[in-house]
Write a protein that binds this ligand. Structure first.
Ligand SMILES: Cc1cc2nc3c(=O)[nH]c(=O)nc-3n(C[C@H](O)[C@H](O)[C@H](O)COP(=O)(O)OP(=O)(O)OC[C@H]3O[C@@H](n4cnc5c(N)ncnc54)[C@H](O)[C@@H]3O)c2cc1C
Length: 410
């Protein structure tokens, strides 16, 4: 089999790369080689099936990694709105600036991408798991696990990272390039829960509460996020935690999360409120002190954890200093992080092929003719549509540059 451009991996960035290449140079043949039996399987799970395909707040603070011209690539490729409008998919956004297809259906995004690839005569070769790349006179020979070979002049590598291996991405292709001598940045599950030893979370399982979470190391606050905090048997979760998961990479063994369950109130406002209920509910047991302020489990946990006394004691036994201690606990409950989540529970891979391995066109510096895009590169974004936007932009960019390099060669 022969194709001008072989795209390795039919995920978000691979499909965008194929479209970008064919749009730039309709004379080239483009084939997407996908390991699974269908392309775009991960896309179907994005945004809980709604596909948070981009953000209205595309600023560099939301991106991480070593690809130096990442923002330039995003600025110089069509916006998600433009890209999807060419496929007849209008885009809407919520109050946080998260962008979704109007249908709020990831399946309809994949269907539209595939209608576009079909219009452009892009070929899909599913069940092709790349295991080897060799150079030949014309370009490259790629080989699949089952021994099928294909010849091509250019390769675009869009095989993703390690996150969510159940959706096709087990990091094999990244390891292949690492073994070929490519520098890789340290890997870590990102957009993922963070683990806390289960005895520390006893009594908190199932709690969902709005608040803020700060990543703390050696007493220094590294970053604070606001949103819904979710607590499971052995992990802290929720979007605000997801966005701090990447700190585990750098601060492993000395990272804590500090939770503020009343981030909307100043400490003095909270103390005033608690003081009022102390007087108002004087004849009630301690377990009723926070009734109406938090759900039962959290209310009981905080009172028990702060006072260490039987919950049947009367609220009237509390002193002003107890109220101050409770306010402190509500606004600053710290948990040491014992581990990061498994790749199965992570949405994104932090780390990957280092930005120094590619030029501004995302072409490999050592192996000319090979381009990279998407999550396989050391580039990741926060939760909120940033990763898919990187997949579309880097795919279109690599595809366009790759196809451009073939102009005049035929
Ligand atoms: C559950 C979940 C929800 C998410 N939700 C969002 C969201 O709402 N918004 C957002 O911005 N981001 C979201 N993400 C992240 C986003 O999906 C990824 O960052 C994005 O899909 C990366 O695109 P990619 O093309 O680089 O890799 P992928 O989409 O992972 O595609 C890589 C493809 O390569 C194939 N492949 C792997 N190895 C081989 C091989 N050896 N040979 C051939 N093919 C191979 C894989 O099967 C896969 O199809 C979510 C991720 C997960 C797991």
């Amino acid at each position: 089999m022969y194709t001008d451009i072989a795209v390795i991996g039919g995920g978000a960035s691979g499909l965008a790369a194929a479209i970008g290449a064919k749009t730039e140079n309709p004379n080239v043949s483009v084939t997407v080689f996908e390991k699974l039996d269908r392309v775009g399987k991960k896309l179907l799970s994005t945004g809980n099936g709604r596909c948070n395909l981009s953000s209205r707040r595309l600023v560099s603070e939301h991106y991480h990694g070593s690809v130096k011209n990442l923002m330039e690539i995003i600025r110089n490729t069509p916006s998600a709105e433009e890209f999807f409008m060419t496929m007849g998919v209008p885009v809407i956004s919520d109050e946080q600036g998260r962008m979704y297809p109007r249908s709020e259906s990831a399946a309809s995004v994949l269907r539209s991408l595939r209608m576009r690839t079909s219009e452009l005569d892009i070929i899909e070769e599913c069940g092709f798991e790349l295991t080897e790349i060799r150079r030949n006179k014309r370009g490259f020979i790629i080989t699949s696990k089952s021994g099928i070979t294909a010849e091509c002049r250019r390769i675009i590598v869009s095989a993703g990272g390690y996150a969510a291996p159940q959706l096709g991405t087990d990091g094999y292709v990244m390891r292949l390039f690492r073994d070929m001598g490519y520098k890789t940045a340290k890997l870590c599950p990102a957009i993922a829960p963070l683990r806390v030893s289960s005895d520390k979370l006893k009594g908190l399982k199932g709690i969902r509460v709005k608040g803020s979470v700060s990543a703390v190391s050696g007493g220094e606050i590294l970053k604070t996020e606001y949103g819904e905090i979710q607590i499971t048997e052995n992990a802290l979760s929720g979007i605000c935690v997801f966005n701090l998961a990447r700190f585990f990479n750098e601060y492993e063994g000395r990272l804590a999360l500090r939770l503020d369950f009343a981030a909307d109130l100043e400490k003095s406002e909270l103390t005033d409120y608690l003081e009022r209920v102390r007087i108002q509910r004087a004849s009630y047991p301690l377990e009723e002190l926070l009734t109406g302020f938090f759900s039962k489990n959290l209310a009981v946990y905080l009172v028990k954890n702060t006072f260490g006394r039987p919950l049947t004691e009367k609220i009237s036994t509390l002193r002003k200093r107890d109220i101050i201690a409770l306010a402190d606990r509500i606004k600053s409950l710290e948990f040491e992080i014992s581990g990061c989540s498994s790749w199965n529970n992570a949405q994104v891979t932090a780390g990957g092929i280092h930005g120094s391995c590619v030029d501004t066109e995302l072409q490999s510096i050592r192996d000319r003719g090979i381009y990279f895009c998407g999550e396989i590169l050391d580039a990741d974004g926060d939760c909120g549509g940033y990763n898919l936007q990187w997949a579309w932009s880097s795919g279109l960019w690599a595809g366009r540059n790759c196809a451009c390099s073939l102009k005049g060669e035929k």
